[in-house]
Design a protein around this ligand. Structure first.
Ligand code: FAD
Length: 576
């Protein structure tokens, strides 16, 4: 909203000020110098060439909840109040930007809808930077970019969990759809408050009664005053929150990345930082499989480990800083080539986007067990790999390995060197048809490995982490229950390649075959300009570090392909 239009606030501000002390950010959040730094004269001077000074009366709206592409303001004189809205439409003062402070948080930066209002609280002089110039400024002024980005990230962290910010999710914990939406909001880092319908208000009535909600309507996401979504799909929710990209029909990207796991995120950072026009499509939330890991300890540079979610959100911000665009909750449905040799990418909602090259980074989904409560222990006792790191975690303990293939066999043999006992659960009557003989012999020779045939996990339990595993032999019905903290599930992974069928060669397990072209490019498929990296690629090492490495390296091949593509097109034009 252009501040020059001088939208006057309707007066609710007075009511909000009465309750501000309880609802605004707390003292330590407000006084966090990294979240709310004061700019020096020199820093303000370096912003000036990108903006212009505006003089505004008190109570002028400078941006409002729901706006996108909002301008950036530095307060030179006066102040800007930032107000959030509660689920009844009441306004709360979150913070006041005083002279030398600047507006914004992560949604300013990635062009999502903002979820707060900004009003001048007194007559004010502001330095206003148009959002397009703001992007340019971040590219040119790197020290300033670091300061602003750090502030935006810290503000977002302060706002996550703040009761009067973002959206309200109202739903019972035992409804899987409540957890589905909660998990999405967590993984995209969107500020929200989860309210249980049975929670009571001051008058003793439950939230469900106060809001007149039927149990069959739940979960409900309240996105703004008077606007609720009943059990929305992730795409609906993402659209409402402004996560979905709008694509003008005439745009052709240099690179379209499919999947925002570690491989796709690395490709996006590499491509955008090298000036390529980059779009990333992600079916769910960024992070992929790694996003489900509570601590990745074998990734370079993080000696204390890093959660997959944190790694992914920092990588996304990094890619966005260089100009990459993200469409989350946007699965790619089909790809085909048009006459101009560009890729036409059809999204699940039917929209078509064009790109000159494509990077398939859609990963794989580890097969999971169909056991109640399984999801809650993923990354909290359930593992899909047995590396030295996992072996260290369960050293001296008893563990369970599920699976009868080579990966399960290797894991059992490897773990038997450090754990006290491996309980190996196999669905079939023997290992001979599914496992290499040398592994079978080692398993039989080991006093630490006990194989249970025709057996499957029947229950898991624990509070925060896995504490107990129960398994049952389905022929004898014999059941064992043990206090165990570690379960290795090694029953294979399914590549996310259904959307690619008929378009590229897949191996017998459905992974994308690369590296067969004359050019000797290890990541290119038989379809020129179509590359695959990370777990989705046949023969890749299924690890975060290798996925990131492949995503980064493939960009040099993209440059080569684009240079040839342009040269051919120029040649064609000259010949015509
Ligand atoms: C619980 C768990 C813990 C792990 N821990 C570790 C660890 O500690 N260390 C380690 O090195 N490795 C670990 N791994 C393995 C590691 O996470 C993977 O090797 C890595 O995530 C692979 O990255 P990727 O980008 O290739 O694929 P993925 O991480 O699988 O990401 C692929 C992305 O593509 C998206 N996608 C799929 N289809 C489409 C479509 N049609 N359109 C748009 N988007 C699509 C998916 O939603 C997903 O976000 C772990 C895996 C799991 C499951």
């Amino acid at each position: 909203m252009p501040p020059d239009e001088a939208t006057q606030f309707d007066g609710t501000i007075d009511a909000s000020k009465q309750i501000m002390e309880t609802d605004r950010l707390n003292d330590s959040e407000r006084n966090d110098e990294q979240a709310f730094p004061k700019l020096s004269d020199e820093q303000i001077d370096s912003i000036r060439p990108f903006g212009r000074e505006v003089e505004l009366p008190a109570k002028t709206c400078v941006f409002k909840r729901g706006d996108k592409s909002t301008d950036f303001f530095v307060v030179l004189r006066g102040a800007i109040d930032i107000l959030s809205t509660d689920c009844h439409g009441g306004k709360q003062l979150l913070v006041t930007h005083e002279p030398r402070s600047f507006t914004g948080e992560l949604s300013f930066f990635n062009n999502q809808k903002i979820f707060a209002d900004g009003f001048t609280s007194t007559p004010s002089r502001l330095l206003r930077v148009h959002w397009k110039d703001f992007r340019r400024m971040l590219m040119v002024e790197s020290d300033l970019a670091t300061l602003i980005l750090r502030a935006f990230i810290r503000r977002r962290l302060a706002l996550i969990g703040h009761n009067f910010f973002g959206v309200f999710l109202i739903g019972p914990a035992e409804f899987p759809d409540t957890l589905r939406i909660h998990q999405f909001l967590l993984r995209v880092g969107f500020p929200h408050t989860w309210v249980r319908p049975e929670d009571k208000g001051d008058d003793g009535r439950t939230v469900q009664e106060i809001l007149s909600l039927k149990l069959s309507d739940l979960p409900v996401v309240q996105v703004a005053e008077g606007r609720s979504l009943k059990n929305p799909s992730l795409t609906e929710l993402a659209s409402e929150l402004g996560f979905l990209e709008e694509f003008p029909g005439d745009e052709t990207f240099d690179v379209a990345v499919v999947g925002a796991g570690p491989a796709g995120l690395a490709a996006a950072v590499g491509a955008a930082s090298e000036g390529l026009d980059t779009i990333v499509f992600e079916a769910g939330a960024p992070g992929g499989q790694a996003g489900t890991s509570s601590r990745i300890e074998n990734y370079l540079g993080f000696p204390h480990g890093i959660s997959g979610q944190e790694l992914a959100s920092l990588a996304q911000i990094q890619a966005e800083k260089f100009g990459a665009r993200f469409a989350v909750a946007t699965p790619v449905a089909v790809v085909r080539r048009n006459k101009s040799q560009e890729f036409e990418i059809t999204l699940s909602d039917g929209k078509v986007v064009r790109a000159r090259t494509m990077i398939v980074a859609s990963g794989a989904t580890y097969r999971k067990l169909d056991v109640p409560g399984y999801q809650q222990f993923e990354g909290r006792g359930i593992h899909y790999a047995a590396t030295p790191m996992e072996a260290q975690l369960c050293k001296g303990e008893e563990v369970v390995v599920v699976g009868g293939g080579n990966s399960a066999g290797q894991a059992a043999v490897y773990l038997s060197q450090t754990v006290s006992k491996v309980h190996m659960l196999v669905r079939s009557q023997s290992l001979s048809s599914t496992m290499s003989d040398y592994l079978i012999q080692r398993i039989q020779a080991s006093s630490k490995i006990q194989v249970y045939y025709e057996t499957e996990v029947t229950s898991l339990s624990g509070k925060q982490i896995l504490e107990q595993v129960e398994w049952t032999c389905f022929s004898t019905k014999q059941c064992s229950k043990k206090p165990l903290r570690t379960l290795f599930v090694m029953i294979g992974a399914n590549p996310n390649t259904d959307w690619l069928k008929g378009c590229v060669t897949l191996n017998e397990k459905g992974f994308v075959v690369t590296g067969k072209t004359m050019a000797g490019n290890p990541y290119e498929t038989e379809e020129p300009g179509l590359f695959a990296v990370g777990d989705v690629r046949a023969d890749s090492v299924k690890r975060v570090a290798s996925a990131v490495g492949e995503g980064a390296v493939v960009i040099s091949w993209i440059h080569r392909y684009l240079a040839e593509f342009r040269a051919k097109r120029e040649g064609g034009r000259r010949a015509a």
